[in-house]
Write a protein that binds this ligand. Structure first.
Ligand code: SAH
Length: 374
């Protein structure tokens, strides 16, 4: 089912000679870590000790690694835990339970992540690329174009920072655990597949090899790069798949999600259904509600029919997202009565459906608002 990456358009190729971020523990699987320990002239168990500090204790500060000889700590940290992200600015909303961080990467590229604490869970929304090449006209990230792919280490550092903030009680509500990760920040995760899969493995590998998170708590959102959806289904990590559909018909989707000119609505929905069938995980369909653009009653009916074509065994759930404002966008959020009618029609046809809250919109931290400007 999976084909070689080179046969795919839309996968960002790093220009030759571009400087790479320094090597980081989170870039390496356990076997590669042992190889690096060996290269440094150290026994393999040193790599395990360092992994325990980073993935289990969430510690990267050598002074806290008291089970390692002092001289070795500095060296291991310099070799394997270089700082990859520098916080530039943090904005808070919802009494501190929503926190958006602007990060500078080693080469000056800027990305954002958003931590959201709820009564029963804490979710970090991470970026997988600096910018995005998918050019969806209603999304602030899409307007800026793609700068570069992020590495596995750069993705994981966002997660570890969120996990640390929760563990240390830095978010109101007392110390807690980071339970969920959503690839819904900047970038198209499927266009940076290898690094994203590496990050998912680091998250789901049991401690101390990885963060020991449940795959069920991880959601990957995509515009619908069909071959990559098919490939993800073969990885054996049942993460939740979210597909940004936004329109049930090709005519409108070609405009809202330009990659639709390559993979059509029916191909994307079929791949999503196949993913649900293989992984037994319910797929989410994301649908940003835009006034008089995609929110008509007939489109609700058509959306339900398109999804129902694959049966009503509960394989799919529709998330309606009230459109968040972005600079220069000509579109606005739907009227509440149109939104209600849309929900009613989907439910009448047996499609489960919720309207997403717009957390973080007051700090430009909600869906589609991450532009990473200083
Ligand atoms: N590139 C991936 C990951 C980003 S997820 C994807 O598109 O799925 C960000 C989600 O927010 C996507 O569903 C995206 O379509 C949606 N979105 C983008 N701009 C938005 C806006 N202005 N208002 C509401 N949702 C938006």
């Amino acid at each position: 089912m999976s084909e070689p990456i080179k046969s795919l358009p839309l996968v960002f190729k790093e220009p030759r000679g571009r400087k790479k971020p320094p090597r980081h523990l989170a870039d390496l699987d356990p076997a590669a870590r042992r190889v690096v320990a060996e290269e440094l002239g150290l026994p393999a168990f040193r790599a395990n000790q360092l992994s325990k500090h980073y993935f289990e204790r969430l510690v990267a500060d050598p002074s806290e690694m008291t089970d390692l000889p002092a001289s070795l700590r500095e060296r291991l940290v310099a070799e394997l835990l270089p700082p990859l992200l520098t916080p530039v600015r943090t904005l808070e909303a919802d009494k501190g339970t929503t926190r958006k961080t602007l990060w500078r990467l080693f080469d000056g590229a800027l990305v954002e992540s958003v931590l959201m604490r709820y009564p029963d869970r804490a979710t970090i929304c991470v970026s997988s690329q600096a910018g995005c090449g998918m050019a969806c006209p209603f999304c602030a990230t899409g307007q800026g174009g793609l700068e570069r792919n992020m590495t596995t280490g750069e993705i994981i550092e966002q997660v570890v920072d969120g996990a640390r903030a929760m563990a240390q009680g830095k978010i109101p509500g007392g110390p807690g655990r980071l339970s969920n990760v959503v690839f819904m920040g900047m970038g198209e995760p499927m266009a940076n597949y290898k690094a994203v899969i590496g990050a998912i493995r680091r998250m789901t590998d049991p401690t101390p090899d990885g963060l020991g998170m449940s795959a069920r708590g991880i959601t990957l959102s995509t515009v619908g790069l069909v071959p990559r959806i098919n490939q993800l289904a073969t990885e054996g990590i049942p993460v939740t798949l979210a597909v940004s559909l936004h329109a049930p018909d090709d005519e409108l989707r070609n405009e809202l999600v330009p990659v639709n000119s390559r993979w059509k609505v029916h191909e994307v929905v079929e791949a999503a259904w196949e993913y649900a069938r293989t992984t037994k995980r319910r797929v989410s369909i994301e649908y940003a509600m835009m006034k008089d653009i995609n929110d008509q009653a007939w489109r609700a009916d058509l959306l339900a029919d398109v999804l129902q074509a694959y049966g009503d065994w509960g394989w799919v759930h529709v998330n309606l997202i009230p459109l968040n404002p972005t600079p220069g966008s000509k579109w606005t959020a739907s009227r509440k009565e149109d939104e209600r009618e849309f929900v009613r029609r989907l439910e009448a046809k047996g499609i489960s459906c919720t309207v997403r809250d717009t957390r973080g919109s007051d700090i430009d931290g909600a869906c589609g608002q991450l532009a990473a400007a200083e």
